[in-house]
Design a protein around this ligand. Structure first.
Ligand SMILES: [Zn+2]
Length: 257
C-alpha cells in the first residue's frame, strides 16, 4: 500500500478555487485534509467543501481569535453548536495575545467553544500564540478530552504538561525554518504529533497547499532520525485516532475534483 498522508490543518476556504488544490494533494497521496474554519463565513465554506468532497475534506468549525467581533459572538457560537455534529473537530479556536481583540473577549469565546467541544465530544484545534500556558489551563479546566496545540512553538514546561495531559501538538512546514518549533518537535514523542500545513500560509515566500504536508513529514523524519515511511505511517495513525476516523482506503469511493 502506498504511503498515505493526512493534512490535519488547512484553511481550504482561503483558496479561490480549492478543487485543483485538493486534486494536487490527492495525486501526491495526501488523501484527506481537515478544513479548519475561522468565522461564520469560513465555517460555512468548510462544510460546503466537505459536502462536495465528502471523502477528501473533513470539516472543522471554529472562531479564530483574529476573527472575533463582539457583535457576532452569539450568532457564531450558535451556528457552531448546530454545525459541530457534522464536523470531525472544533477549530480553530484559542487565544492570541498579539492581536487587538480584547483578552477578556477572547477568553470568553474560547471558553464557550471548549464547552461546546466537551458537550459534543469533539477534539479541539487550539491556536495558542503567546498564550500557551493560559490555553492549556483553559482546556484542562473545561475537561476537554482531545486537543491539539497547533504549530506548537511555546515553552518546554508547558509542552511537557500538554503531553502529560494526553494532548497532541502539530508540526508545520516551518519545522525546517524555526528553531522553537523545531525543538518542541524534537522533544515531543512521535505518538503525539500530528502533521499539517496551515495552508495557505506562506513559508519563505511560498504559498503552502496541502501537498506540502510532505515538507513537514520530511523535516520531521530528519529531526526524529527515522524513515519517511515510518514517520508518515505513524502520524497518519495519530490523525486517524485523534479525529476518530476509520481506516484509510487507498481507492476510496471517488470524489476527486
Ligand atoms: Zn490555522
Amino acid at each position: 500500500m502506498a504511503l498515505l498522508a493526512i493534512d490535519g490543518h488547512v484553511h481550504l476556504h482561503d483558496f479561490d478555487d480549492p478543487a485543483p488544490v485538493i486534486r494536487r494533494a490527492v495525486q501526491s497521496s495526501v488523501i484527506r485534509m481537515v478544513s479548519v474554519g475561522m468565522d461564520r463565513e469560513s465555517n460555512r465554506r468548510s462544510l460546503e467543501l466537505a459536502e462536495r468532497f465528502p471523502y477528501r475534506v473533513l470539516p472543522a468549525v471554529g472562531y479564530h481569535p483574529w476573527s472575533i467581533r463582539a457583535e457576532e459572538v452569539e450568532a457564531t457560537l450558535e451556528d457552531m453548536a448546530k454545525q459541530l455534529p457534522r464536523c470531525v473537530a472544533l477549530g480553530e479556536v484559542g487565544l492570541d495575545y498579539r492581536v487587538k481583540v480584547k483578552k477578556e473577549l477572547q477568553k470568553e469565546v474560547f471558553s464557550r467553544a471548549l464547552e461546546l467541544a466537551r458537550e459534543q465530544d469533539r477534539p479541539v484545534i487550539v491556536h495558542s500564540r503567546f498564550s500557551h500556558q493560559r490555553c492549556l489551563s483553559m482546556v484542562l479546566e473545561e475537561g476537554v478530552r482531545r486537543a491539539v496545540f497547533h504549530w506548537y512553538s511555546g515553552p518546554e514546561d508547558v509542552l511537557d504538561r500538554i503531553l502529560d495531559a494526553g494532548y497532541y501538538v502539530s508540526a508545520t512546514p516551518a519545522l525546517a525554518l524555526r528553531t522553537k518549533h523545531r525543538s518542541a518537535m524534537e522533544r515531543a514523542p512521535l505518538d503525539r504529533i500530528l502533521v499539517e500545513t496551515d495552508a495557505p500560509v506562506r513559508y519563505q515566500g511560498r504559498r503552502a497547499e496541502p501537498v506540502h504536508v510532505w515538507t513537514t513529514l520530511k523535516a520531521l523524519a530528519e529531526i526524529k532520525n527515522r524513515s519517511l515511511e515510518e514517520i508518515t505511517r505513524r502520524t497518519t495513525e495519530n490523525a486517524l485516532a485523534f479525529f476518530g476516523l476509520g481506516p484509510l482506503e487507498e481507492t476510496p469511493p471517488c470524489d476527486c475534483p
